[in-house]
Write a protein that binds this ligand. Sequence first.
Ligand SMILES: [Zn+2]
Length: 112
Amino acid sequence: MPFCPECKYEYVTGVGECSDCKVTLVDRLEDEAGSPETEYKWKKLETQPGVVYTEMLKEVLEERGIPCVLQPGNTSWLAAKGTSTVGANPHLLVPEERHEECMRIITELFGK
Ligand SMILES: [Zn+2]
């Protein structure tokens, strides 16, 4: 069934344009409600190295309603060798549009 991408109105097969919105109908609506987080353009947030620091920051950002993804650094083999402070550099990904806001929060929390 064709749908209008604007008003979500369902049309009968054969109709090619929404009479209200004057837009071309689509076969199916995008699943917008599904996972909005995948819509973000992620940007790496430069932080100080350290798993504890990064996890703490993630919590703070989430408390403030900023979605973020913790991307682990390449730590597994280093940790196994007992050199966890070297090369252990996990980082956070935040939506690009909120990157500046995150940087301000970091400054606010930890200073420069
Ligand atoms: Zn419409």
